[in-house]
Design a protein around this ligand. Sequence first.
Ligand SMILES: *[C@@H]1O[C@H](CO)[C@@H](O)[C@H](O)[C@H]1NC(C)=O
Ligand SMILES: *[C@@H]1O[C@H](CO)[C@@H](O)[C@H](O)[C@H]1NC(C)=O
Ligand SMILES: *[C@@H]1O[C@H](CO)[C@@H](O)[C@H](O)[C@H]1NC(C)=O
Ligand SMILES: *[C@@H]1O[C@H](CO)[C@@H](O)[C@H](O)[C@H]1NC(C)=O
Length: 955
Amino acid sequence: MGHLSQSVHIREPRRRFNIFNRYLLSSIGLVYILINFSLLPRLNWRSQPATAYLLAKQQKELDTYLTKCHNFYQAPVSYDLPPSANRTNPRYNKNSGQSKAIVLQNTTLFDGHSTLDYNVDIHFNNGVITGIFPTSDELVIEEDEHITIFDLEGKFVTPGLVDMHSHHLGTPHPSFSITDDLNEIHPDSGPLTPFARALDALKPYDQSATIIASGGVTSSLILPGSANIIGGEAVAVKNVLLSGENREQVVEELLLEDGVPHQSRRRYIKIACGENPSRVYGHTRMGTAWLFRNQMSKAQEIQRQQDNWCSAAAAAYEQGDNGSIEKLIQRGLPQDLGLELLVSVLRGQVGVNIHCYEPQDMEAMIRHSEEFEFHIQAFHHALEAWRIPEMLKNAERNITIATFSHFAHYKHEAYDSNLYAGKILAEHGVSVAYKTDGSAEDFNSKFLLSQAAEGHSFGLPEEMALQSVTSTPAKSLGLDHRIGYVQAGYDADIVIWDSHPLSNGATPLQVYIDGVSTLPSDRLQESLNLSSSQKSRMHPPNAPQMRPQSEKSVQDSVREAIKVGAKIVVSGIQSVLVPFSGFDVPAHGNLTIVLERGRVVCIGLPKDCLIVANDVVHLDLKNGHIIPGLTALVHHMGLSEIEMESISGDGSVAPQPMNAKELDVTYAKHGLRIEGKDINRARLGGVTRAVVAPMISTMTENSFLQGVSTAFKTSGNQTILDGAIIKDDVALHFVIGQSGKTSSTPTISAEISRLRELLSTSHEPDTVFSRVANGSLPLVAHVLNHHDILHLIKVKRDYPEIYLVLFGATEAPLVAAQLAKEQIPVIFTGLRPMPDTWETKDVLVGPPLTVSPIKVLVDAGVNFGIAQAHWADSGIHLLAIDAGFAKRTTDLTAQQAVDLVSRKVNEILRLDKHASSQQEDFVIYESDPLEWGAAAVLTVDGSLNSIVESWPDSS
Ligand SMILES: *[C@@H]1O[C@H](CO)[C@@H](O)[C@H](O)[C@H]1NC(C)=O
Ligand SMILES: *[C@@H]1O[C@H](CO)[C@@H](O)[C@H](O)[C@H]1NC(C)=O
Ligand SMILES: *[C@@H]1O[C@H](CO)[C@@H](O)[C@H](O)[C@H]1NC(C)=O
Ligand SMILES: *[C@@H]1O[C@H](CO)[C@@H](O)[C@H](O)[C@H]1NC(C)=O
């Protein structure tokens, strides 16, 4: 059990092997009680002594009980909307609070509801927005000692983003198992821990709050994990450290409702259904449901006893029945601290947030909510909610679906996800919020906004996409009187963006929390490289488009043309990043390309590619782009379909014995199965080639010797018998670092020694180890930490024959000069890193806090390509978006950026050695694939000269 419970994770889902090891009132009794208690206010029972003869001690007890009785029947405090412009921010204090009034002049404002069609000036003071006024030349405000004015020249401004599902502060960075206070897993308490409070786990030193805020995320709901059926109480924070009167590490001062009387604060509960509790505790869904219902019924019983006591007290009071009062005091108000949160849920005083993925599990929870009469605030993760929007809407007043834009497939209940889920839910009137499950690298909360951007690209309307990370979660949490909007009366949580917030890589230029700026301007200058060509992106462009969808008739005629071998003429090509030998192709212009059975027969100006034939299909693009097919170094795609279900694929490699022999080496080529949802997404994203090494599971132990990777085509048009494998043996993979610690390599030094030993032992010729030793087979070392990288560089110095490639290398920017000097190539995954473990505590987190890690590698001259860090490959369709992201923070050209995810990877992994004479794979897109909203239209396999995909679509 110990082993299992440690590896089930549940900060949904948290990997152990990180890229490697990282890791209202609702009660039945209400009406009755209200009648009885309607007497109480008139009795002024709180302060008046009950009876003259009660002892002071008894009187005190009675007062306490009656105050509790009173509070039982209070609805959560409600606030007028919109809030009044002169309200005060309870978090404000004179020492660390906003010191001067600020005016942001001439902004393009998404105010939480919509994007205003005129520019406005935003005024805020003492942490509260005091007014929004149309920008005009006439309104002249003078800067003085009380007021600072910034002219934003039309820059885009949004409310601070709201992430309604995070775990930072509770599990701080860098993480240690001893500071990981996520799930209260203990044999004494079992899966029902409503008494556990995230509040009691917050660490006000966690710098990840600062990193997260630098992505514009100003408020987060910090939840307990989802290992338990009832995980405990969640709490809302603002992502700003040391914001109190004395700038000390005080938990209270992190709280969004710091300064609000305790009795008036919002409360939230975390409940989980489905696989996580089952995995940890071994219950079936039947058992999980029973445990939950049984616990709710215990809470209901307490509630009933309390109601009885309170109404008896009210009646005794009314009748002046001193004897009864004395008895009631003796009996005491029935209470159970362990169930208090659940009783409050039943009293409608707690926002109910449920981790739940599948339709039948959500339905079960709705069933329970009807049985016990409580409301559900949100289903979290909820990857399959798109299957049941009407059921959700009909069952409950307003359930928010707090979900991921693409992260999926990692376990059974996350398998039936849909990239169009946001659009589908919104079309049915269900509120959609994106959330991160932060804060490890996989779910980097800093990049919450990119999920809204992705949701938008898959059809969620622009304003709803922006709402999905601002006002929608704020409303869901009942905090929409303070956050989620930039309107008069709201907390001054304001983000200034360098571009349209839904564009790829949009980065804050300033983040105000309670009116205080949180980004130091000197860092901004450096990190955003503002002096360079990047200036052009400072102007707010329009929102990126949604992905175009072709009409079915167009798709059908293209497919027919492919079948019969008719010519396909694609016009409107604006950019070509692929050489076509034999053609003199202008890099830009309004070009036409003509394909016949996948062979390019013409590419050039329309007049040069006039085709006179009958059987021609025309595809007229508005903004066509041609780029090479991308190559992805993936984590398990092609070997396993559902990462946590080893029976869905090849399985995971076992830890290797001390004296690993030839026979102990696993070959990915023998486990390949080219199908599945990740591969569909690869096609969607123009990824034509993938390289995969034998899988190391999140569920098993670490591994040091991983095995030999293989390279394959993603098209699925060929099998492993007839050409789907591009290269059988790509490289031998080792894990160096914390995740390489196994029983035979218990230390990193042992890993390095083993590696050296393998390289120095003489092996039979033509064995895998001898090929690695003589450099004919690349040695890929999965490594993160810069010290470990230096040790590998030393290995390379001592064994100059080997061809060493680093994979992952999150801290490579720290040793970029050495890597460049030793000419060690890197497949880098640290595009959006988080210092989530000790092993990666020194990563460059990137703009706006540091210079971009990609820029450091480029400037140092490191030979590198890019791969994704996620252990689930469900984001593989975003590889070109990653290239676009890399381009944003550097001076790379589009060609160079695309090369990072295509040619560079091919070259570093030596995939193209024999193929230089062939046409490379290419993909024709409608719209720029480096920006959100592009769609692959045709994919051509260069080596086969065939169109292998047309309008790939995939949920
Ligand atoms: C705040 O404004 C409201 C009107 O919007 C006014 O009635 C109230 O007196 C004001 N309160 C303060 C403290 O100025
Ligand atoms: C506001 O900014 C836009 C874009 O830079 C500019 O065209 C316009 O003149 C500015 N308006 C004022 C009043 O400064
Ligand atoms: C449900 O949500 C919608 C949209 O957020 C809101 O307008 C409406 O007032 C909500 N209804 C209830 C009953 O909370
Ligand atoms: C590009 O050329 C096509 C004809 O091939 C024409 O219909 C279209 O308007 C042109 N587009 C632009 C932007 O010039």
